[in-house]
Design a protein around this ligand. Sequence first.
Ligand code: NAD
Length: 400
Amino acid sequence: MSVSIAVPKESASGETRVAMVPKIASKLTKLNVALTIEKDAGAGSRIPNEAYGDNVTLTENADDIFGADVVLAVNAPDADRIKKMKKGSVLISFIQAHNNPDILEALKTNHVTSFAMELVPRITRAQSMDALSSQASAAGYKAALMAASALERFLPMLTTAAGTIRPAKVLVIGAGVAGLQAIATSKRLGAKVFAYDVRTDTKEQVESLGANFLMAEGVKAEAEGGYARELTDEEKSKQQQMLADNMADADAVITTAAVPGKPAPKIISKAMVEAMKPGSVLIDLGASGGGNCELTKPDEIVTHGSVTIHGPSNVPAQLAEHASEMYAQNVLNFLQLILVEEEGPDEGQSQNENKAADKPGQKQYKLDIDWEDEILAKAVLTRDGELVNESVKKLLEANA
Ligand SMILES: NC(=O)c1ccc[n+]([C@@H]2O[C@H](COP(=O)([O-])OP(=O)(O)OC[C@H]3O[C@@H](n4cnc5c(N)ncnc54)[C@H](O)[C@@H]3O)[C@@H](O)[C@H]2O)c1
């Protein structure tokens, strides 16, 4: 029997993305798997039901979705939906277990084998599955556009008959994937861009985009896996002094700083905002983790004095078409690690070993998880009723 794969409509409020787009659905159905998609799952990404094609089953019945061998989603389904999943079935989605204890519990109780997209290791072989990066790129790009749109000023230098306009100064804090995309987009719009990150090895990447790298004397916080570590109090105060000086003449500040598994580092104080120029804007991509600025309120625009602080919590959802397209490709690439071609029947195969290949669509695929594969071993969250991911276990212990 062919493997059944299903994709629900996302239920989180404000979520417009979907884990399956027509191009990927057609690649999957060519693998002869049974693909079921919840009706209107693509609506938020402007994908009408019929665009998925005739080889896909559309359903309104949640049991058809959650009874599948594999469920693909952007965000983990809620606990009630996970309880509908079969023992031994597979979930592939962002899960963020340390923030979602009910979901983790339901995955364990129901013996779901869950893979968390945020746990996919950032090794070269897994680059095509790196959904953190694809979604962060969307967020960084959009953040620069939000800043441009919120400002009542031009970003580029303009020389006109009505005079010369100086380019706006954009300061990007955090030069990871989102930050680099925000830098590149602000540069393309003509702004003068400055950037800062605690990982000083981002200097080269920042400069290669034509931006200026800012240094805080004596602050260097590279940690395991290329991520940042939390700063000491002394480091924080050095960093804040340097940033306060640079924020005071910035037109827009875009913050993207994050430390995996921790709340967003609080980098920008109320006093630093109060020292900003009238009419300047701050786009805080750390909003979903509590914000990089102490005045940020998730999903609100706060006006403090004459500075506006935007705290969008799900920016990729504002670029749903492309964010879904990239996410669906990441998920397909991951799924292909566990979808393995089944040996054909012995009888009648001897005449033409490649008979199956001659007739695309006749191959059969089964689920086969190679636990020796580094990507699968690191991305797995729960298996056989247990939380098996060491990094999440450590995080939960540290946060307990
Ligand atoms: N396949 C790959 O090899 C691959 C793919 C993507 C990313 N990466 C690497 O992963 C790392 C993290 O990328 P990410 O974008 O997911 O990071 P992230 O979202 O975890 O953090 C964003 C940025 O915030 C910075 N930051 C944290 N605390 C800060 C503070 N107090 N002040 C200023 N900046 C602070 C981090 O250094 C990081 O650059 C990077 O080294 C990146 O190059 C590797």
